[in-house]
Ligand binder design. Structure first.
Ligand code: UT7
Length: 370
């Protein structure tokens, strides 16, 4: 209670690629992609970076440019924290959050990146809310933490940079984008009523993307060995084995791309989505009838339809924004929330659920009062 969303914005790269365009790359069709996923087009970064998209989304969320939702303009020095969710950072060091802080001049903000795959924005919002609640509790009794009154929570991805464009099972699904929200601690408001984050083991490696750090290492198990620099990293082979990509890599498939067993992820997604919604409702002491609107992760329109059916809700109680964006991992939920505000579908006092699922297997939800 007390952590209110006061601004929300999104940004997309310029290039739009239609289903038919992808037939130049893989054996697919507009009909297959549309009926199996609901996707018609997706946006793809060519010269935009992850942080470019995040910056544009954040400027809108802060009310510096006309946004999808703004209660007021937030000044740079008012932001105490940046939580930046991404599985596709432009760089490892500095963090994307640090680059964003510098670009926006958020001089008082502590800033860090985090990765919880497609559920990243839910995790990020949960962390921000928890830090704000702890900070507010400290203010009235036991100080000793960073004071966090306002936070910028970002979900930004260049997912198409880890997409294998020769794999029709995955390449038709993904797109790039960024969404951002500004949250403010205001004890007079209800704001976030409950949060829930969860992990299940992805036992069959249904969704993976191994990284490929490739600086040569002058060591073997005995110590410094210059010759070892010419050899492949033995640890990498063990990681490949652990996440189940050894065979594919040996066959020449790039390591740093998404590997997915669609049906397994689909099954997990439907169950996780429903479970997370039930949990946040329970934790807030509410029922689904109290909730006006659900903003789910946008992986496949059919996943949302299944979830709606299981919850016995009409599809129009869900924001579905997948048709012209595809799945952009942790950027989906904040962008879809922005759409809902932009389309006037969220009114003050409405109770709204954000819900996500993804690699890991992560899942989670946030229930808030607008
Ligand atoms: O962000 C979180 C992570 N992602 C997800 O949540 C995604 C979850 N999974 C899904 O959305 C769906 O499983 C997919 C959209 C990925 C796939 O749909 P599906 O209905 O589960 O299809 P499938 O994998 O069972 O494949 C059915 C057929 C196969 O052919 P055969 O073996 O039946 O002859 C595939 O080879 O469709 C074929 N296929 C395609 N055909 C044309 C797979 N991809 C394509 C394609 N175009 N792009």
């Amino acid at each position: 209670m007390g952590c209110a969303i006061i601004g929300c914005g999104k940004a997309l790269p310029a290039l739009e690629v239609a289903n038919d365009d992808l037939t130049a790359l893989v054996d697919t069709s507009d009909e297959w992609i549309t009926t199996r996923t609901g996707i018609k087009t997706r946006r793809i970064c060519v010269d935009e970076t992850n942080v470019d998209l995040a910056e544009a989304a954040a400027r809108r969320a802060l009310g510096w440019e006309s946004g999808d939702y703004n209660e007021r303009r937030v000044e740079p020095e008012e932001i105490d924290l940046i939580v930046y969710s991404t599985a596709t950072p432009d760089v490892m060091v500095p963090t994307c959050a640090a680059l964003l802080r510098r670009r926006l001049g958020l001089v008082n903000a502590a800033a860090f990146d985090m990765n919880a795959a497609c559920t990243g924005f839910i995790y990020g919002l949960t962390v921000a809310e928890s830090m704000m609640a702890a900070s507010a509790a400290g203010a009235s009794g036991a100080p000793g933490r960073n004071p966090v009154r306002r936070a910028l929570v970002v979900g930004a991805e260049r997912l198409t940079r880890i997409t294998n464009w020769l794999d029709r099972n995955t390449c038709v699904l993904f797109g790039d984008g960024a969404g951002a929200a500004v949250v403010e601690w205001d004890p007079a408001r209800a704001g976030i009523l409950s949060t829930y984050i969860r992990n299940d083991d992805d036992d069959t490696n249904a969704l993976t993307c191994p990284t490929a750090f490739d600086a040569p290492q002058p060591f073997d198990t005995q110590g410094v060995k210059v010759d070892a620099m010419k050899k492949a990293d033995p640890g990498l082979a063990r990681i490949d084995e652990e996440v189940g990509v050894t065979e594919a890599v040996q066959e020449g498939r790039p390591r740093q791309t998404l590997y997915m067993h669609g049906q397994k992820v689909f099954k997990f997604a439907v169950e996780a989505l429903n479970h997370a919604v039930e949990e946040v409702l329970d934790r807030a002491g509410l029922t689904i009838d109290d909730v006006s609107f659900i903003v789910p992760h946008q992986a496949n329109e059919r996943i949302i339809k299944y979830a709606a059916k299981k919850m016995k809700l009409p599809l129009d109680r869900f924001q579905v924004s997948i048709a012209h964006r595809g799945n952009s991992s942790s950027a989906c939920i904040p962008m879809t929330l922005s759409d809902a505000y932009d389309e006037g579908r969220i009114k003050p006092g409405d109770k709204v659920i954000l819900v996500g699922f993804g690699g890991g297997f992560t899942s989670g939800a946030v229930l808030f009062e607008a």
